[in-house]
Design a protein around this ligand. Structure first.
Ligand SMILES: [Mn+2]
Length: 473
């Protein structure tokens, strides 16, 4: 019998599971009653925060995401809390200056985050260094904070095994505490996972965590092979919000490894109680349409088109708005072409939205790059960083003719922003964290601040002009 090596699980129910299945709409009040039980499982960590949870809290749920984090921290006495962080883009959609990155890392840890999973949509490690440094600084000072660097997994000519191994070495050199292979679209197949983990383990001593989605149907097998090859942690979701576009089910993985050297030791009865708690909510989401049975099956198109689920649903709604749903397959074919033009980046927020939206434009305008979005222009200018492959020179010449392109770390060209941001939103500031909410989602945050003020001053909601965002005080 080989030496025992219990596999660890990060539970995603409070972040990715509901982001992937029900558009990130789970409110804090639904989370709180089950925290006690979740805290007893012994999870490696509970993922509970990220860009979409932050955005949806402010925009749709009218909740302060910082307040949610503090409540979760308060409830989870023994379990580490984990968040997802988009490198220099933080939780937003554009590159920020270093002082905003530093401040966000600082406040995230101060409000309860233990593990920060940091990724960049181009895998440009220069865009991750500042967030890693900021986390390490706090760790040295307070003994809390773990910088996990995530590689956005994708397929393409540039993404050879040598590429991934080289990245693993560089991540160790940059001072990260662990590595995550982040397979946002479910493209990592079992035997490839096995090879990748083995090869990475040979060059780095950092723990390796694997994150995937069930979208293409292979995720459970991928985890099995990855665990056999030595992966340390896998991301799973409690069964009512598992599978489909979400993660493999926690209970299934626990049962799979029971009695083997990888036995998690988690209590299935306790997991069953947690599943019982979430099941009625799943039924409710099915009944009100928030959970669409379409996202719960196997979508083999993912493997064909390599497009993450969230990106597909965005694209469908953009086409719907233009009454051009019949162009669906044309856009699907255009996506890999645009991706190639832009240096073949992984498709993950924000590159997924940038490529997807540009593909829609290219098809609807009848001429490629007749219109380019501001974000496409910025990608071509180098403002999002460097891609693995060069960008298409013809497209550069057409979209940003004669412009000088950036080759340095993009944030080196950005001056500090915190002071300016704070002065813009000073009238709404009730806590330091509000400046950061404003930095990420200026319009949405101000709408929320107005709502919050109206609540505090007990305005009759019936009197408020919700449609125009006016809350008379
Ligand atoms: Mn994910």
């Amino acid at each position: 019998m080989p030496e025992a090596k219990p596999i660890k699980i990060t539970e995603t129910i409070l972040r990715d599971a509901h982001q992937s299945l029900i558009a990130t709409r789970m409110p804090t009040e639904l989370m709180l009653p089950i925290i006690d039980k979740m805290d007893k499982v012994g999870y490696n960590s509970v993922e509970c925060w990220g860009g979409a949870t932050f955005d949806a809290s402010l925009r749709f749920l009218k909740e302060d995401p910082w307040d949610r984090l503090r409540k979760l921290r308060d409830g989870f006495k023994n379990t580490k809390l984990q968040m997802l962080f988009r490198g220099q883009n933080i939780l937003g959609y554009r590159p920020y200056a270093d002082d905003v990155v530093d401040s966000f890392v600082e406040k995230s840890i101060a409000n309860g985050i233990d593990i920060i999973r940091i990724f960049d949509c181009f895998n440009d490690l220069r865009n991750l260094q500042e967030a890693v440094n900021a986390t390490n600084k706090i760790k040295a000072r307070e003994g809390r904070g773990h910088a996990q660097v995530a590689l956005s997994y994708t397929l393409g000519d540039a993404y050879t095994m040598e590429y991934w191994i080289d990245m693993a070495k560089k991540i160790e050199e940059m001072g990260a505490d662990s590595i995550c292979i982040k397979d946002m679209a479910g493209l990592l197949v079992p035997y490839k996972a096995s090879e990748m983990i083995r090869e990475m383990k040979a060059v780095t001593k950092l723990p390796i965590q694997l994150h995937t989605h069930y979208t293409s149907g292979v995720a459970g097998m991928t985890y099995l092979k990855a665990v056999e090859a030595g992966v340390d942690v896998i991301d799973c979701a409690i069964s009512p919000f598992a599978m489909g576009t979400s993660q493999p089910a926690t209970e299934v993985m626990v049962e799979t490894f029971k009695g083997t050297p990888y036995d998690t030791g988690y209590d299935q009865n306790l997991l069953a109680e947690i599943a019982d708690y979430f099941r009625p909510y799943r039924d409710e989401c099915l009944a009100n349409g928030l959970l669409n049975p379409k996202v719960m099956g196997v979508d083999i198109k993912t493997l064909l088109y390599q497009v993450p689920g969230g990106m597909l649903s965005n694209m469908v709604s953009q086409l719907k708005e233009q009454n051009a749903e019949d162009k669906y397959y044309d856009v699907l074919k255009e996506i890999p072409k645009v991706r190639k033009d832009l240096g073949e980046p992984p498709l993950v927020t924000p590159s997924s939205q940038i490529v997807g939206t540009q593909a829609v434009f290219n098809v609807l305008m009848g001429e490629r790059y007749k219109m380019a979005t501001d974000q496409t222009k910025d990608v071509l200018r180098g403002k999002y960083g460097q891609t693995v492959k060069p960008m298409n020179q013809e497209v550069i010449d057409k979209v940003i003719p004669g412009e000088e392109r950036i080759t340095c770390r993009p944030a080196d060209l950005l001056s500090n922003e915190m002071e300016k941001l704070e002065s813009e939103m000073a009238e709404w500031k009730q806590q330091d964290e509000d400046v950061l909410s404003y930095a990420l989602f200026p319009q949405v945050a101000v709408d929320f601040f107005k709502y919050r003020q109206a609540q505090q001053e007990k305005v009759d909601p019936a009197q408020a002009d919700v449609k125009n965002g006016a809350y008379p005080v």
